[in-house]
Design a protein around this ligand. Sequence first.
Ligand SMILES: O=P(O)(O)OC[C@H]1O[C@H](O)[C@H](O)[C@@H](O)[C@@H]1O
Length: 518
Amino acid sequence: MVLTSDLAAHAERLGKVSLRTLADSGETRSNRLLARAAGIEFDASKQRLDEAALNALFKAAREAGLEEQRDKLLSGGVVNPTEDRPALHMAYRHGARISGTPEAELVDRTQAQTRAFAETVRSGDYAPSALPIARVINIGIGGSDLGPRLVADALSDLAGDGPELRFVASLDPSDLKQAVSGAEPEAILFVVASKSFSTQETLMSAEAARDWLEGHVGPERAGAHFVAASAAPDKARAFGIAPEHVFDFPDWVGGRYSVWSAVGLALEIGLGPDLFEDFRAGARDMDAHFAVAPLEENIPVLKGLIDVWNRVALGYPSRCVAAYSARLGKLADYFQQLEMESLGKSVTLDNRPGPTPGGALVWGGNGTEIQHSFFQWLHQGRDVVPVDFIGIARHFASSDPRERALAANMAAQGAALLDGRQVDPEAEPLLAAHKSMPGGRPSNTLLLDDLSARTLGALIALHEHKVFVESVMYEINPFDQWGVELGKVLTKGILDGEISEYDASTRALLARTGLIQD
Ligand SMILES: O=P(O)(O)OC[C@H]1O[C@H](O)[C@H](O)[C@@H](O)[C@@H]1O
């Protein structure tokens, strides 16, 4: 989609209208900008949009073939042409229309395997060094880390008894040291999660973990403390993991979409298979909505088109994710990878320079803490950054005053960004300019009925699908990530001492610091 003259004209027109005027402009607007599905209310009534601009957006979406592309995605078409494969992570929540296919059989088989293993570990029957497993440590990075970490943080409260979950992603040895600290080595299970099973960070940490464990339980026993989730089962077996403990998934599950697959094994053990299944069911609810709801009422479509509008028509380069729940501490990080790795591209599917700048920079944190750090910049800095407020509907009427205050803070921030404030210079001649706030800053409010496994699954699936919607509008492939490769190759070159082709600055740095003798 190029920025059509139609959309550009609407953006120019609406740029001159105050956001307050738009927000106050009646029910028709809120009806079109308020939608509900799968335990989530999506309220976009603080966006710089009106009926005519919305109509133009949906027209552009239809012209871009959004409905056909959505159906292609959900029916297993090759939507990732640069890697020649479909993107069928939805099969893991049975939301895709693929029942009876070989893909469905594979999913059923591997889900039965991970469930059985999780139950054995949780029952205490899996005890390779005579102690039941009390701590599960997921070793992985990127998509093999952020999903399990987000979900563990969000749902551990609901999990009841089960092994404690910890995570190792960093090459810094202190990460592994902290993850094992306080646990009996005999009671630790390491899940090595790596789609490729060739990621340097993950393999080096897994080797270090194995060395450490061998020192405690002996080389004969250490192996049974390791299991793997991978799309390269041969490599996991070659690493020394027993074949029955290598839980595989196909390469049509992208890394940043893999939490639903065997990559969620640590969660399935720690939270229990039933809670993990609820999480998948929430995503299934959202899949069903995305598949059939008319575009105008379809939350992932509406959300995706609003993000396109803000990025392309209004030219806002970033978006802030503000999650008003301590249990969603990793949400902004998770969305950052999902969106920026998917949409950070400038070449179209048919190899042309992209007509748009691609997806936005995504960043954020937890409310209310962020109100006391970077929100100053959002209120009075020059750049306009649309904010997604993500909160819990139950908090608004909670009997706990802290939850009500959390909700009130979120609502107040949205109102302050929208309306700003004009301080009368006559009343405060010296400070009026400093105390005034421009307002006019759009936001969305996404309310989960409550933070449950089901609504969390739906929230993540909503964002997966809205990323796909954006990719159709930007004409890019959201399922590859070639940009990540170069750094990996160059790191290997440095460690192998092959640096003659490097620039003088880098060579001098390496010589000065002693990594390489120039
Ligand atoms: O799961 P792995 O193969 O170890 O990959 C881990 C991560 O690293 C890669 O470089 C990609 O950028 C990510 O999408 C991926 O999730």
